[in-house]
Design a protein around this ligand. Structure first.
Ligand code: SAH
Ligand code: DHB
Ligand code: MG
Length: 224
């Protein structure tokens, strides 16, 4: 079974179930035209984030890693009119594209895009008493996943859902001796979760248009 088949099936799922509209499509196209890396969530994954946010009745969402705002739009569309999505991005050019895409989606009033390194902004959000969030999507550099997760726990309440993208990486997560700091970050994150009484966690492997990867889903069972 090949990535070509996974991509074709993803296309079929998009056509039959996801029904991504023109705004999401143009966000993806504008991101590609601006030369952003093609690493946004797929339409099917974006809709999963949207469904989970709706299921939670999320009013406050935190996203770490905006890129062109594709996943931000899926998430922000799940919010009520007085909801808020805070999304963090380190790259000024990507942030500019994201702001344009979010504006075109009519979501600027719900979305706060903060430019800078997430490791600096997350403690600022905590100091501003910006939490707790109902849903947190961690999707920036993989090396710092453990730190992002720790800081996210501090911005959570009991019942917060934390989703972490890219935790399988073609199965490379199995390589304990990997020289890739991203793989080591994922492995340290899993070790942190293993035995953390404040977290109820699983991971789901995925195949599709983005190849073979997976995401972790963590229910915060106690704050802090
Ligand atoms: N969530 C997006 C994809 C994010 S890709 C979507 O699915 O549409 C990862 C993003 O994280 C990139 O835009 C990258 O610039 C950003 N990033 C990487 N390191 C970061 C850091 N230290 N702080 C904030 N953002 C970072
Ligand atoms: C990469 C980052 C992502 O967030 C992703 O979903 C896929 C790939 C990357 O940096 O290669
Ligand atoms: Mg990702």
């Amino acid at each position: 079974m090949s990535e070509r088949l996974w991509t074709a099936v993803d296309g079929y799922i998009d056509d039959t179930l996801v029904s991504q509209d023109g705004i999401l499509q143009s966000a993806a196209e504008a991101s590609n035209a601006a030369g952003l890396p093609k690493i946004a969530v797929t339409p099917a994954q974006g809709k999963l984030l949207h469904i989970l946010a709706r299921l939670l009745g999320a009013r406050r969402i935190l996203e770490i890693g905006t890129l062109g705002g594709y996943s931000s739009i899926w998430l922000a569309r799940a919010l009520p009119g007085d909801g808020r999505l805070v999304t963090l991005e380190i790259n000024r050019e990507y942030a500019k594209v994201a702001r344009e895409n979010i504006a075109r989606a009519g979501l600027s009033s719900l979305v706060e895009l903060r430019l800078g390194p997430a490791l600096e902004i997350l403690p600022q959000i905590a100091a501003e008493k910006g939490g707790p969030f109902d849903l947190i999507f961690i999707d920036a550099d993989k090396e710092n996943i453990p730190a992002y997760f720790r800081l996210s726990q501090g911005l959570s309440r009991q019942g917060t859902l934390i989703i972490v993208d890219n935790v399988v990486r073609d199965g490379r997560v199995l390589d304990a001796d990997s020289s890739d700091p991203g793989i080591q970050g994922i492995r340290r994150f899993n070790e942190m979760l293993n035995g953390d009484p404040r977290a109820c966690a699983t991971a789901i492997q995925t195949v599709g248009a983005k190849g073979y990867d997976g995401f972790a889903i963590v229910l915060v069972t106690a704050a802090g």
